[in-house]
Design a protein around this ligand. Sequence first.
Ligand code: GAR
Length: 201
Amino acid sequence: MNKAKIAVLVSGGGTNLQALIDAQSSGIIKSGEIVLVVSSNPSAYALERAAKAGIKSEVVSKKQLGGSQEEFEKGIITLLDDNGIDLIVLAGFMSILSESFTSRYPKRIINVHPSLIPSFCGSGFYGLKVHEAALSYGVKVTGATVHFVNEIPDGGEIIMQKAVNIRKDDTAETLQRRVMEQAEWRILPRAVEKVSKNLVK
Ligand code: GAR
């Protein structure tokens, strides 16, 4: 069967990348194949996860490119083109991509965000900050969202969501972990399969 060629863009620990790798082994992802991992951070642990799984990885660091967003995006686009990528998955990728980047890949970039969009999202809401904001607001339910990426940060069409209850004794760290375990690691692989299946049909 023809499979969608997937690139996963990461910046840190890469637990969502690991969930995708595991879902590929277990057959949850069968319409796509991760052929490339691109990290914006040369010391991301996600790079080791890619290596262990035998997946090619590359680093494109904005810092090493003199801080230019244009050069950073050009570097990523070259890798995506060279590898014939069909689907781009942002899995803990901590840079916002410009409209000139996102408009090249309509409905071909997806992102996982650790809240129920439209709460606690948009620029400035990433990683632990999202969970700190949810706790300080006092919401009782949070969760994760997988969505298409367009020119509006966290504003593209929603593909899947899953809710997670907040506990009285939660800290941002315990909540982050539970949202990952109960929501992100489950819906991201399923959303990737759903979108890949549509791309290859
Ligand atoms: C995840 O919780 C992901 O949803 C979040 O960063 C964490 C990365 O963890 N992403 C964002 O906040 C993007 N706005 P990981 O590197 O272990 O997958």
